[in-house]
Design a protein around this ligand. Structure first.
Ligand code: TXA
Ligand code: MG
Length: 358
């Protein structure tokens, strides 16, 4: 292990996504081993949700505190009954849950529901609820189906660090703490699933993520935001203020502020959009500002609509931060996204990354 706490060993078993490789990964999961796999959001570190030894290994591999519960992944809506008891919900909450399952699953949405008694306490941190997610990534579905049908999987990164959106990120960060990595290329969405607590009425948004709040509210009406009430803290045990952090300190800025920041050597400038980057570069004098030497980067292209920009920014955010962090900048100035679509998820990750440095 190096002084950052990361494992240097790169000799992990990389598997492809062909039938034989998936079978091998599924057999390992059934055997209680750890398999990292792609989802549409980020790579997950999977373990059989009903095998407590395997679950314990997940916490160990991630150095994750046990008070932070895991998401249980399933490969069809009917498997929900194995882990969650919808009869314990009120009639209204149950109807909303069923509607969300019908319209938004599979997809980047995690529902917190009353748990079935058989779900191990280690998966739920002894809470009476379980977080359930049905990912849309075909490789994830195939793997879950071919293994035990219920796979607990946190993001496959050391606790508190940036989430992985490529197999290489997992190999670099977890090394041989994971038995296999199924390499399915880059994750399409790039930020974690939206977590919604259905045991409250109205439901409470615990984590903004890959499913925009607007998409949920269109279907089931108003949801409460995590920040709307001080009582939200115990409901979102894993939502620590500091999270998703690169090694370098991150400072979020709004667009106007970002444009006026002076270029300083050793610092990195992460822009939400190319327009703001170009205004900033012109102000600095492009040659001095070091764009060509890679001191500035935009997450989304000028030609996109505002909505598409937030989608592209989410998809590239963690990969960009991984790459920037490997340059070891003294600080990362990051432009906040607008507050629509996937913008809140991007801003949530930036503010948690920033919380580490204060
Ligand atoms: O997109 C994702 O959700 C990815 C991929 C791999 O599926 N997974 C992921 O897992 O982000 P993780 O462990 O990094 O984040 C799970 C979040 C944590 O904030 C945790 O506290 C919350 O879900 N959570 C899990 N079970 C919960 C429960 N019973 N009640 C409230 N929050 C819960
Ligand atoms: Mg995580």
């Amino acid at each position: 292990m190096d002084d950052t706490g990361f494992v240097n060993v790169k000799k992990v078993w990389l598997l492809g996504t062909g039938d034989e490789d998936i079978e091998q990964a599924a057999a390992a999961l059934k055997d209680g081993r750890l398999v990292a796999f792609p989802t549409e959001t980020v790579y997950g570190l999977g373990a059989d949700a009903f095998n407590t030894d395997a679950l314990a290994r997940v916490f160990e591999a991630k150095r994750r505190p046990r008070f932070d519960p895991l998401i249980v992944h399933i490969a069809c809506v009917s498997a929900l009954a194995r882990i969650a008891d919808l009869d314990k919900l009120s009639t209204v909450s149950r109807a909303k849950t069923i509607l969300l399952c019908e319209k938004l699953m599979p997809g980047p949405l995690t529902l917190v529901l009353p748990k079935q008694p058989g779900v191990p306490d280690l998966a739920t941190s002894a809470l009476p609820t379980v977080a359930a997610r049905f990912p849309s990534h075909p490789v994830a579905q195939k793997l879950i189906q071919a293994s035990t049908g219920a796979i607990a999987a946190p993001s496959a990164n050391p606790f508190g660090y940036l989430s992985p959106t490529r197999a290489e990120h997992v190999a670099e960060q977890l090394g041989d703490r994971v038995d296999f990595i199924v390499d399915g290329g880059a994750c399409g969405i790039g930020v974690e699933s939206t977590v919604l607590d259905m045991t409250e009425e109205p439901p409470r948004l615990l984590r903004p993520g890959g499913t925009p709040r607007e998409a949920i509210e269109t279907l089931i009406g108003r949801v409460e935001g995590a920040a709307d009430s001080a009582s939200s803290a115990p409901h979102a045990p894993g939502q620590l203020k500091s999270h998703y952090a690169p090694h370098a300190p991150v400072i979020p800025h709004d667009a106007a502020e970002m444009r006026t920041l002076p270029f300083r050597r050793g610092e990195f400038f992460l822009f939400f959009d190319e327009e703001t980057l170009s205004v900033w570069a012109t102000r600095q004098g492009a040659s001095r500002c070091g764009i060509d030497s890679g001191a500035a980067l935009a997450l989304s292209r000028a030609a996109l609509s505002d909505e598409q920009k937030t989608v592209e920014a989410a998809a590239t955010l963690f990969d960009a931060l991984h790459r920037i962090d490997s340059l070891r900048p003294s600080v990362i100035h990051a432009q906040k996204a607008p507050d629509t679509g996937l913008g809140p998820a991007v801003n949530d990750r930036l503010s948690r990354a920033a919380a580490k440095s204060v």
